[in-house]
Ligand binder design. Structure first.
Ligand SMILES: O=P(O)(O)OC[C@H]1O[C@](O)(COP(=O)(O)O)[C@@H](O)[C@@H]1O
Ligand SMILES: [Mg+2]
Ligand SMILES: [Mg+2]
Length: 345
């Protein structure tokens, strides 16, 4: 493993002479340590007990599973010995004060994809690190994504990986299980262009707005449609796994708003899901939008606020944004296809 630097070694020089950088790296190391413990727990599956059992409900009305709570506890405990003043988690109604005098705030989805716990499909953790400004309850994490100092995403899959950005590109670490540390395996992730693959939960087709329906119609009509090429579809229902695939081979992900009750802003949460993913994606050369606005520029006003999320290869994301901006651009498409969805013949 000599050729693959450990996470600590990789950032040693970067952090050496700068107290804020040292604080960020210390925080990332603590989160990575908790992720390694969580990887072991997830790997035990049923041997670790009923991890998929529903044990409560979070403030957003989502079921909380036993593993959601265990994950939350692991990350909170790991951050106790760090310069983190504020801990904001999907699993807690409000942000929690942590260490007096700490200069950082962490916003985290401790376990992403928890509907997949019992199906042995990849789960993850998504986190971001911000400067701790304002009060714990108030503005501490209610900052635009442009304020993020770092963002990361762990995927607990066949391999456990950590995608990380400190604002200078996105790099990928792989868990060395024998040594119990993450090692740098891809110093600069770049989202490949040109891959014809999209990810969306198509069971919600009838609830989408025109812009999204038209975009997907155009993909689905393949060589017979205005795009003139065939597309492939994926839906893992695990945001981290979809992001991982997009890092590896490109394409686009959409979780739009729709007309179901409670989905007027989509499903995913701005502060601890969309923002860190958007930061990682932009730093890998991609783009992320809610259809109209760059995700990282949206001013949040509530910790658990939801946001429509579209991200991936830049040209594809820009096309979706065009469909939103000017629904008439949809009419640029062949008259044969304009306004006639595949499912709405
Ligand atoms: O079940 P749906 O509506 O397709 O939603 C799937 C999405 O929900 C999520 O599981 C939400 O995250 P949580 O598991 O952290 O609540 C995403 O990972 C995934 O993209
Ligand atoms: Mg999630
Ligand atoms: Mg979660």
């Amino acid at each position: 493993m000599g050729e693959f630097a450990s996470l600590s070694r990789h950032f040693e020089v970067w952090a050496a002479a700068d107290p804020e950088r040292r604080a960020i790296v210390q925080t990332v190391e603590a989160l990575a340590g908790a992720a390694i413990q969580l990887a072991t727990l997830i790997g035990q599956g049923a041997l670790a007990g009923a991890l998929a059992a529903v044990v409560g409900e979070n403030s957003d009305g989502d079921a909380q599973k036993a593993l959601d709570i265990r994950a939350d506890e692991l990350f909170l405990a790991a951050l106790r010995a760090t310069p983190v003043a504020v801990f904001a988690s999907e699993e807690n109604e409000t942000a929690l004060p942590l260490n007096d005098g700490g200069q950082l705030a962490v916003a985290i989805d401790p376990l992403d994809g928890s509907s997949n716990i019992d199906t042995n499909v990849s789960l993850g953790t998504i986190f971001s690190i911000l400067p701790a400004t304002g009060s714990v309850a108030g503005p501490a994490v209610l900052q635009r994504g442009t304020a993020l100092l770092a963002a990361g995403m762990v995927v607990y899959g066949p391999q456990t990986t950590l995608a990380l950005t400190l604002g200078q590109g996105t790099c990928l670490f792989t868990l060395d299980r024998a040594q119990g540390c993450f090692r740098l395996t891809q110093p600069a992730v770049t989202i490949p262009k040109g891959h014809r693959e999209y990810a969306i939960n198509a069971s919600n087709y009838r609830y989408w707005d025109d812009a999204v329906r038209s975009y997907i119609d155009d993909c689905m009509s393949g060589t017979q449609g205005p795009r003139g090429e065939n597309f492939n579809m994926r839906w893992i229902a695990s945001l981290v796994a979809e992001t991982s695939r997009i890092f590896a081979r490109g394409g686009i992900f959409l979780y739009p708003r729709d007309s179901r009750p409670g989905y007027q802003d989509g499903r995913l949460r701005l502060i601890y899901e969309a923002n860190p993913i958007a930061f990682l994606v932009e730093q890998a050369g991609g783009a992320a939008t809610d259809g109209e606005r760059r995700i990282l520029e949206i001013q949040p006003d509530a910790l658990h606020q939801r946001v429509p999320l579209v991200f991936g290869a830049r040209d594809k994301v820009e096309r979706v944004a065009r469909y939103h901006k000017d629904p008439h651009s949809i009419a640029e498409r062949s008259p044969l296809f304009a306004r006639r969805g595949l499912f709405r013949a």
